[in-house]
Design a binder for this molecule. Structure first.
Ligand code: BG6
Length: 456
């Protein structure tokens, strides 16, 4: 039963922003690929009817990636709609009717996290969450360790862990999915992958835009909760985990949890927080808000493989570029050509906007043989056309019951344990100018030996 395909997709938050920007385009892509042929029941409190939901879905497709007439026709025929308040039992009665003969629906909660508990309890008491139902939960999963534990308890009262799918859409990105393949099928990097050869690791998630009208959500969240303890930790655990015993979901997830367990909880000296100038004027943001829009962290991993390797994470809004990149600096080779300025090798994994893996090496400058010429061996690929988007992949996997790309209970609690002290510490908040690499004070507090690697 565990991996049986869901027979209906219920999605709460059907009239919301996430549905408009990401979910409808993913549903169309799934239909086009032949991965979606089941009733799709949108739920929201908008006072709408099905025709209005369809008009919204059509508009979403036109604005986000384009409408495919055949796929849209099919998707439109699958759509159903339940309008109602998430507090009202009558909403769930209507949902129960729409579900008809479905015995293993997937309930996808694309709604504000504060409502997760309520909706899950109502799904349970209304009989919409029978023994084979699944629940798919958007991030952020809780707001700290305590709330994440409470939420897990609520979920586990209704669904066993194998039926809970905690989304981190970063796990659905093509290169993240392929990172383990890159690591475990190649001697480079496998032979170099330890404290013996790696000097430091930096992960930067830079966005060149602000909060894009999401001030209300963002102001309660901030960079650490929004992207660090989830997206960046997922990249980190993919980079650092040991080779799993097998390729099944639990063997992979076990190894990721082991990485987090080896990271001590962060303290105030591990963090620099910043806020871009102008943030306080954003709609939905408190006039005296102390929410960070930039954060830089340093952490360490107490495992035999990684002990002593400094790891730096950095993320922010309104930085100079939009790019997420992992930069792994190798230790210097033993000195030999001492009259050349040779650099240290690196491995660079770009997650977005374009997927790229590069290995940085030294070569002799062909125009001047007395000089060293740094080069990169580059693999790139352009996932735009054929590869699934992150949301398409995670929704496809949730409906198929494959939990590999979802965060497990112990994983989310370990991630919160690591950041819990710093999200409560109210550390200094430094201002920064938009389109700079964050507050100038960052370097005074946290500076990788070789400087920050700013993706170009
Ligand atoms: C979301 C965050 O989870 O990820 C956003 O809430 C962020 O603030 C977004 O912009 C980045 O995702 P992507 O896939 O666009 O890089």
């Amino acid at each position: 039963m565990k991996n049986q395909h869901s027979d209906a997709l219920v999605f709460f938050g059907a009239t919301g922003d996430l549905a408009y920007k990401k979910i409808f385009p993913s549903l169309q892509a799934m239909v086009k690929r032949g991965h979606l042929d089941l009733p799709i029941i949108g739920v929201a409190k908008a006072g709408w009817n099905l025709e209005q939901l369809k008009a919204r879905a059509q508009d979403s497709l036109e604005k986000h990636g384009g409408l495919d007439p055949d796929a849209w026709k099919k998707l439109s025929s699958l759509l159903r709609y339940v309008d109602g308040d998430y507090n009202d039992d009558s909403t769930y009665d209507l949902l129960r009717q729409e579900l008809g003969t479905s015995t293993h629906p997937a309930h996808y909660l694309a709604i504000p996290p504060l409502l997760f508990g309520l909706v899950v309890e109502k799904l349970s008491s209304s009989g919409c969450a029978g023994a084979n139902a699944r629940v798919v939960i958007e991030k952020p999963f809780g707001t700290d360790l305590e709330s994440a534990k409470k939420l897990n308890t609520i979920l586990l009262n209704t669904f066993d862990e194998s039926r809970i799918f905690r989304i981190d859409h970063y796990l659905g990105k093509p290169v993240v999915h392929n990172m383990l393949f890159f690591r475990f099928t190649n001697m480079i990097p496998e032979a170099l992958w330890s404290r013996d050869y790696i000097e430091s690791i930096q992960i930067t998630m830079a966005e060149d835009f602000g909060v894009q009208g999401r001030g209300n959500f963002y102001d309660k969240t901030g960079t650490i909760r929004d992207v660090m303890e989830n997206h960046l930790f997922q990249l980190l655990t993919n980079i650092l985990m040991e080779k799993p015993k097998a390729l099944d979901s639990e063997s992979i997830r076990d190894e990721k949890v082991k990485v987090l367990k080896a990271i001590p909880a962060l303290t105030e000296k591990n963090i620099v927080r910043g806020q871009f100038n102008g943030y306080l004027q954003e709609p939905g943001v408190g006039s005296d808000s102390r929410t960070e829009t930039f954060a830089a962290l340093q952490l360490e991993v107490n495992s035999p493989r990684w002990q002593g390797v400094p790891i730096f994470l950095r993320a922010g809004k309104n930085l100079p570029v939009e790019c997420t990149e992992i930069f792994i600096k190798l230790k210097p080779a033993s000195p030999f050509y001492t009259n050349y300025q040779v650099g240290q090798n690196h491995i660079r994994i770009r997650i977005s906007p374009k997927v790229m893996i590069a290995i940085g090496l030294n070569s002799v400058n062909p125009d001047n043989e007395t000089e060293c010429h740094p080069v990169e061996l580059l693999t790139t690929h352009h996932p735009d056309s054929i590869e699934m988007t992150a949301y398409e992949r995670v929704l496809t996997d949730a409906l198929a019951g494959d939990p590999t790309l979802f965060a497990r209970e112990d994983y989310v609690e370990e991630a919160w344990r690591i950041v819990d002290p710093i999200i409560k510490a109210n550390t200094t908040l430094y201002p920064y100018e938009i389109h700079t690499w964050g507050p100038q004070e960052t370097d005074a507090h946290l500076l990788p030996k070789e400087g920050w690697h700013n993706p170009q």
